[in-house]
Design a protein around this ligand. Structure first.
Ligand code: ATP
Length: 376
């Protein structure tokens, strides 16, 4: 297999990109710089505008305002098939009456690429997608995962500078999906092509991306490395969307204590954005919460252990506090205390695990029980 990195710059710039469908703003003034050769994911809940944004980069939708540059040049007036980008769709959309090789060759034939060149490029693309042995097979006789690889080969054969992937693994079962995530990331590194990947699955985005763009309501909520969106969420929406999060409503006291219905849950000391009297939302990740029988020396609230679930790599506890707030805790099995449902317990967490957001922070609303864990 011969792989040569793309010769030209695969950067993508979005400048004030906006898309309306009737009176609805699907994408709202998005500015974004995608670096050449990076793996970036657009992550957000259903309807947040991810696919619309991807389709505008591909050229299948035209923005109502703004500009899109690929490799430093505007592509707004370039039709989709002439843009230096290719898309792998959620539905593989392979031609059933053609062999695998014919499916992969189709685009090159349309572009009247010489026959001898087509044969070599199809072979290379199928090898890259690890489908070299299936060239003469009908797509109907392939598994879902294999069809997905053919769709990938069909996009790679065009040697795009930018590959756009719209939830390409949503039809695969979990195990296959995890295998493909690793392979896709390795392939992207090897090829040096820019990947713009759409997903609503935070785990998928975290496992593959160099950077993540978290979207909500057509707007970007945060752009950052996987670590930064996870460890330093910009707002309550991002905090609630990535990972399992507990939210507690609290008020900042004169002495800086963050007072919730169940007592103190953290401190505002050193936080520029919290002042005495402010209503705030305190966020603590489920994996930062320990559940123990004796009061710990950390921030802690008292409750009753309402549920224990063994999830394989973690044990999940659900604790209902005296004020009726439901708290989630996730602990590695080796670290979890031996506890029983119905028992009185303490939920504790270190101050460094506390994130504080304004009470009216946009984008998320706690459930009646007070936990935002359902958003993850
Ligand atoms: P999903 O993960 O469900 O695919 P998404 O984040 O990709 O969601 P989009 O498909 O981009 O979201 O849709 C953004 C908004 O624009 C949604 O409210 C959707 O209903 C609306 N929308 C998308 N395409 C059209 C269209 N062709 N006509 C009208 N409204 C549309």
């Amino acid at each position: 297999m011969t792989i040569s990195p793309p010769e030209t710059d695969g950067s993508v710039q979005l400048r004030g990109v906006t898309k309306l469908f009737g009176s609805q703003t699907a994408v709202d003034h998005i500015d974004l710089d995608v670096h050449s050769g990076e793996f970036i994911s657009l992550l957000g809940p259903s309807g947040c505008g991810k696919t619309t944004l991807l389709r505008m980069i591909a050229g299948f939708e035209h923005p109502d305002a703004g500009d899109i540059l690929v490799g430093g040049a505007s592509v707004l007036n370039t039709p989709p098939f002439k843009r230096p980008v290719n898309t792998v769709f959620q539905s593989y959309a392979l031609f059933p009456h053609m062999t695998v090789a014919e499916n992969v060759a189709y685009g090159l034939r349309q572009k009247r690429v010489p026959r001898a060149e087509i044969a070599g490029r199809v072979r290379d693309a199928l090898d890259m997608a690890r489908m070299g042995g299936f060239a003469d097979r009908s797509p109907q006789k392939l598994s879902g995962g294999q069809q997905q690889r053919v769709a990938l080969a069909r996009a790679l054969v065009n040697r795009p500078r930018v590959l756009l992937l719209d939830e390409p693994m949503s039809a695969l079962d979990r195990k296959l999906r995890e295998e493909m995530q690793i392979e896709l990331k390795l392939l992207q590194r090897q090829l040096g092509i820019t990947f713009v990947f759409v997903t609503h699955d935070q785990q998928e985005a975290l496992s593959m991306s160099d950077r993540i763009v978290v979207m909500q309501g057509g707007a970007v909520q945060q752009v950052g490395s996987t670590e930064s969106v996870y460890l330093s969420p910009a707002n309550a929406f991002v905090a609630g969307f990535i990972g399992k999060q507990n939210f507690l409503d609290a008020t900042v006291q004169q002495d800086g204590v963050l007072l919730a219905a169940d007592g103190p849950v953290g401190s505002a000391a050193g936080r520029q954005d919290a002042h005495a009297g402010d209503r705030v939302r305190v966020a603590v990740r489920a994996e930062a919460v320990t559940v123990v029988a004796e009061r710990p020396e950390t921030n802690a609230v008292r409750g009753t252990l309402a549920g224990i679930s063994f999830l394989g790599d973690v044990i999940q506890y659900v604790v209902v506090t005296a004020a009726g707030v439901e708290l989630l805790s996730r602990q590695a099995p080796g670290q979890a205390a031996h506890l029983s449902t119905g028992q009185d317990v303490w939920c504790g967490w270190e101050e460094t695990e506390v994130h504080v957001f304004p009470a009216d922070d946009a984008g998320t609303s706690p459930s009646a029980s007070g936990t935002g864990a359902e958003a993850a």
